[in-house]
Design a protein around this ligand. Sequence first.
Ligand code: GLU
Length: 285
Amino acid sequence: MSKQSSSPVLRFAPSPNGLLHLGHAFSALYTWQAASLLGGTALLRIEDIDAERSKPEFTAAILSDLHWLGLDWPEPVLHQSQHMDAYAEAGNRLRDHGLLYPCFCSRSEIAAAAEGTDPDGAPLYPGTCRHLDRGEQITRLERGDPVQFRLDTAKAMDRVGMLTFTVVGPLVTDRPQVRHARPERWGDVVLQRKGTPTSYHLSVVVDDAAQGITHVTRGRDMEAATDIHVLLQMLLGLPSPIYNFHRLILDDAGKKLAKSRGSESLRGLREQGWTPEDVRRAVGL
Ligand code: GLU
């Protein structure tokens, strides 16, 4: 279902698990500005695969805040929760190729046995379940044990050989550069879990291809995750967009803004009388 487009297509892809803050406003404004510099289009994608944390009121707030900022996008907006079949199909293809394995480890077991940390600082999965024998896998699956399906990253890397991707920056119009991907630093990432046939990484690559995304603009905090995305693109035979990593908006203490730390929302700033111009000035665009 991938769409080929001759003109650039970009996307802003927020998760509706909270209100947007100035960091999101910057990322959205940056993406629309990049689309305009390239003579292309910016799409909106709602990344709502997490049924527990995603709320319709947050999706409504995202649409309202972005319109208030003066941004618009072609309809229909892609809601990931409505595309679970496409992600399941992609995940199952990886399973059929013997690249996923069931993992029954709990969070605390992983933390106790972890061998270092991944680029996000989370415990690196030590590979405990990678070599479980088939009989034990079947027994535990049939028993209904909580399960996650992990990518055998080393095996996947062997299949694809040297892995590179294209980066431009700091400006989206700069000269493209080829970079080596290092997915091994993430270890065996989770791609599917019981009841959810996908994960952030899998949905993103399936949708970037389905929507014909030519340029992914995302914050520098997502730079390392791109390594996993280009590996999945190769494994699934999907095109790889050009990547551009933008600066992050930091708070007074120099920390990245985050919903989870209660950073001031755009909604709150609007209520205090901020204008879209104030937002642009505050984020330097
Ligand atoms: N949905 C992700 C987020 O809100 C970003 C998606 C991406 O750039 O791939 O952080």
